[in-house]
Design a protein around this ligand. Structure first.
Ligand code: ZN
Ligand code: ZN
Length: 319
């Protein structure tokens, strides 16, 4: 019998499949680890290329269960720290950068490396629309560092980015308010997230968008670790429409892994109330979808009043 990934002789089962010890260790180290550089091999070479090897592991059916992490606190800590590093980088971009240009999601997904931001002069005044663009682009830059995104075909990457970045922005903006102990979601410089319209847009709707999700996250007292794991669970969503079957399978594997990690984390931090905590956190998925609908409705109200509102290519799919 031989390892399904590297073909070396083995008789052991690891993470659900026949695999050698070296491939087992590789998988554990890499699946949620630091970004693995995407290769351009047309035929898979799992023996010499880390990217091909990771892809082969997932295609062969390797996956984590909660019990695989239970005895492995060091790996769990490493994975969470990895998310923290990526998220801290996103924060730095938002605090210090601006972005020139008007790329489409296709162009952003196809970029082989990270996005190029320009540094922002100290007293530069950001407009409301410019904040929206910068935040969205820093989110896309964050997404591009996830190994599972790079494992997808370009077409699937576009679908995933399009259907996920604004929800992440809403969750992240609301989480920021929770961290600052504020009741509402504002821009990073404390300005309102909405453009002022001459005749105003429904106040109730605006207040819902600013406060409802923040209120729910505040009630839950969500922590940074929970926020990062939860948004990773939401991000690798195999149920998005129009994904290819290979994308669905990669995303299912990753969603199972992140879900197991989040559940394990909740059990560790909340002991016998761990599963309740886990369910409460997952319920934020519904809350953010409602917020998304409200934001779209708000946008339509604005467009009716100001048909010439500057429009960015990256938001084209929304409307
Ligand atoms: Zn192997
Ligand atoms: Zn390769």
């Amino acid at each position: 019998m031989s390892c399904l990934i590297c073909q070396k002789p083995t008789t052991s089962f690891n993470y659900g499949i026949l695999s050698c010890n070296a491939c087992k260790i590789f998988f554990r180290r890499v699946i949620l680890g630091k970004p693995v550089a995407k290769c351009s091999h047309t035929a898979s070479v799992p023996l010499t290329c880390r990217f091909c090897r990771l892809k082969k592991c997932i295609e062969s059916g390797m996956s984590f269960q909660s019990r695989d992490i239970q005895s492995d606190c060091a790996t769990l800590t490493k994975w969470i720290n990895n998310l923290k590093v990526l998220y801290a980088h996103r924060k730095l971009l938002i605090l210090n950068c601006r972005f020139d240009g008007d790329p489409t999601i296709e162009e952003l997904a196809a970029l082989p490396g990270p996005l190029i931001f320009q540094s922002r002069p100290k007293h530069y005044k950001m407009g409301i629309l410019e904040w929206g663009v910068l935040i969205a682009l820093s989110t896309i830059d964050y997404f591009k560092k996830f190994n599972f995104l790079n494992l997808l075909e370009l077409k699937d990457q576009v679908i995933l980015i399009q259907q996920s970045f604004s929800d992440f922005d809403t969750l992240s903006g609301s989480f920021k308010a929770v961290e600052l102990k504020k009741a509402e979601f504002l821009n990073p410089d404390g300005t309102d997230i909405f453009l002022k319209m001459d005749s105003g847009v429904c106040q109730v709707l605006e207040n819902n968008i600013r406060c409802k999700l923040v209120g729910r996250m505040c009630e839950l007292k969500i922590t940074l670790e929970e926020f990062l794991l939860l948004t990773a669970v939401f991000l690798c969503n195999p149920a998005l429409s129009d994904l290819s079957s290979s994308a669905k399978s990669i995303l299912s594997t990753y969603q199972r892994v992140y879900t197991s990690v989040l559940l394990h984390y909740c059990m560790m931090t909340h002991q016998q109330n761990g599963t309740t905590r886990f369910t409460d956190l997952l319920s934020l998925f519904h809350s953010v979808k409602i917020a998304h609908q409200e934001i779209r409705t708000h946008y339509y109200f604005c467009i009716i009043q100001k048909p010439n509102l500057p429009f960015r290519n990256m938001f084209a799919h929304e409307f």
